[in-house]
Design a protein around this ligand. Sequence first.
Ligand code: NAD
Length: 293
Amino acid sequence: MILLDGKAVASEIKQLLKKEINGYIKNGLRPPSLAVILVGDDPASNVYVKNKRESSEEVGINSLCLKLPSETTEEELLKLIEKLNNDDDIDGILVQLPLPPHIHTQKVIEAISPTKDVDGFHPLNMGKLATNVKDGVIPCTPLGIWLMLKHYKIPTFKKDVVIVGASNIVGKPMSLLFLKNEEATVTVCHRNTRDLKSHTLAAEILIVAVGKPKLITADMVQEGAVVIDVGINKLENGKLVGDTDFEKLKEKVSAITPVPGGVGPMTVASLLVNTVHLYRLRHGFPAHPLTEI
Ligand code: NAD
């Protein structure tokens, strides 16, 4: 059984990006820059933003962290995004989700210029992914999972892939990545799937992004499957776990991601890749090779 070590793969990607960014600076270009907006003081969001900021700085990306009070109005937030959209020194804009309920999330996502949309959530970038148009932005978690599968040379061609969870940020774009070059056969399950087990049992590669501890038990996976656990759940005792019964599954599968230390670090590494990708496009360079699928 291979433990898919997201932390180690992410660290390799960061080394590559650091080298690449040093090259730009040596050639007299400014470093890439990422603006992260956090509205309110949700503790989990605070941790995510801190992580993103530290990782950006590690590789030489300038990070600008804009913390706004939870009572910030939608109009104020949209104005700030507009200002950042027009700032030539900013390559990527990220608004940490979830937003307070009085702010319309989709409106905010659509206000970010697609050329600065590091998360890849803008409908134009989603549409590019769905229709195989180059130079778009792939959402960070699916890109991270893809890069991890490629790093471990896990075959994806002609495989039966099952994705549990159909959100706009993980499940749906993940399915589009596998469909991009008609790479694999994809089944997407969600809360209205009638017989989840019948689908998960058929998976050669199983990707789970739901947010329910132990949703996937050992009897639901086939011998030798590759399992990617995206879920992050905090138990009452403070322990972080994924969506699968990791201890039991690891006896049966050929590869699995741990939680924490699997998909999480790959998501952050992909955010850095996307920032450098947008920086490259802004400077007239081709798309970043790690985004070419
Ligand atoms: P979401 O709540 O937007 O979507 C959850 C999906 O799961 C929905 O499609 C829903 O239909 C489906 N679902 C719910 N109950 C189900 C059931 N019983 N059977 C089958 N499907 C079911 O969630 P999301 O934003 O995609 O996140 C999912 C999980 O992944 C969360 O735990 C989140 O914290 C985690 N996450 C982790 C990372 C990372 O970097 N590791 C990134 C994004 C999300």
